[in-house]
Design a protein around this ligand. Structure first.
Ligand code: UD1
Length: 352
């Protein structure tokens, strides 16, 4: 068996790492194709280093663009690579444009596609990621799911049971793998954060693309920052919008994007997290840190029913909610969030 992995954007890399490691341990031949959707070192290269993944074998250097332009560029550039290699499996991760683009091209070349993190649904088609999830899952031959609700969702959509394999959450594999090195960065201490701090990340179009919405969110963050330190490692698009809309984040400490290790250290010791990211909803549940997700919906409902996540579509009550936030005595982790999901994913690939 040989595997060709396709990744492109920051949230893909911690998902690739445990699958790559498990396949390597079994001597399976593998190739990593990076589409180049994310190209800044802080969003890409540094993650490969921290996660111990070898540098990509192929980089398609597609860069930024509109959704159509970026997706088209990935499809055009990946086609000859897939045609030349014809792997037994093309493995795609998560819900970014690179995931969907690679799945379409591989399917049309009659290559078998496996989707890691299948079956998640926000049921909100205004999110580009939801379109990517729907298309990828419909095309994939093997649906590797992170939670039982994802299996049920795929069955409801008519996917055959034989194509679904529950493997658990690969993000949690990476989290466990990285925690000792994350703590060793002493990043929290270097910032002077004492555990009363809040960590913020926001980059979704629904929060940052209109001045009114971004202002409402930033105002409440400034309110929280009057009571406790607020650290906000800002995605390049968020930074750009803040400048363009002329918004001042008050006492909020804006940081450039931080490394994977630094982020985990900062989050593990936080009082609470305010985010619109998918990965952080999972990481906070695994670590037992209260999380407030500034969105109408989540494709990861298990982080609410079993974890520490809470949806706060309206940012106004955030200051009071953060003030009242309490950690659970012991983090409760959903089934399969145990550090072994990558091994189970490779076993599922090998079994077919
Ligand atoms: C992408 C994913 C999103 C994921 C996020 C994590 C899609 C549809 N979205 O969103 O699901 O949560 O990554 O980071 O695939 N930019 C840079 N440097 C880079 C890459 C991007 O400055 O290395 C800037 C550019 O201005 C670019 C913008 O960020 O136009 C958006 O990048 P893009 O890859 O289109 O989407 P993200 O918002 O990063």
């Amino acid at each position: 068996m040989n595997i060709l992995h396709v990744v492109g954007a920051r949230p893909n890399f911690p998902k690739l790492a445990p699958v790559h490691r498990a396949a390597k341990a079994q001597g399976i031949e593998q190739l990593v194709v990076h589409t180049g959707q994310h190209y800044d070192a802080a969003l890409s290269e540094d993650f490969f280093r921290d996660l111990g993944i070898p540098a990509p074998d192929v980089n398609l250097t597609v860069g930024s663009g509109t959704h159509a332009a970026q997706t088209a560029r990935i499809m055009e550039r990946i086609e000859p690579v897939l045609e030349e290699r014809r792997p037994d499996w093309v493995v795609v991760y998560g819900d970014v444009n690179s995931t969907m683009a690679a799945a379409i091209v591989a399917s049309k070349l009659h290559l078998r596609v496996a989707h890691v993190e299948a079956g998640l649904r926000s049921h909100d088609r205004t999110m580009p990621e939801e379109i990517n999830r729907l298309v990828t899952d419909r095309l994939a031959d093997l649906l590797l799911t992170p939670s039982r609700d994802a299996d049920e969702q795929l069955l409801r959509e008519g996917e055959p049971e034989s194509e679904i394999a529950f493997v658990g959450n690969v993000m949690v594999d990476s989290l466990f793998y990285a925690l000792p090195a994350a703590r060793a960065t002493r990043f929290r201490q270097s910032l002077g954060a004492d555990g009363s701090h809040v960590v913020v990340t926001l980059h979704r179009p629904s929060n940052v693309d209109t001045p009114e919405r971004l202002r409402a969110v930033v105002d409440v963050l400034a309110e929280i920052a009057r009571e406790r330190p607020v650290y906000f490692p800002a995605h390049p698009r968020t930074r750009e919008r803040l400048t363009r809309f002329g918004l001042d984040a008050g006492g909020v400490r804006l940081l450039d994007p931080v490394s994977y290790f630094e982020m985990l250290d900062l989050v593990e010791g936080a009082h609470a997290v305010v985010t619109d990211s998918g990965g952080l909803q999972e990481e906070t549940t695994a670590l037992g840190v209260p999380c407030f997700t500034v969105r109408q919906n989540t494709e990861r409902p298990v982080t609410i029913t079993e974890g520490t996540n809470r949806l706060t579509p309206d940012p106004a009550p955030l200051a009071a909610l953060v003030r009242a936030a309490k950690r659970p005595a012991v983090p409760r982790r959903p089934e399969g969030w145990d550090g072994c999901a990558g091994v189970r994913a490779v076993a599922a690939l090998a079994a077919r």
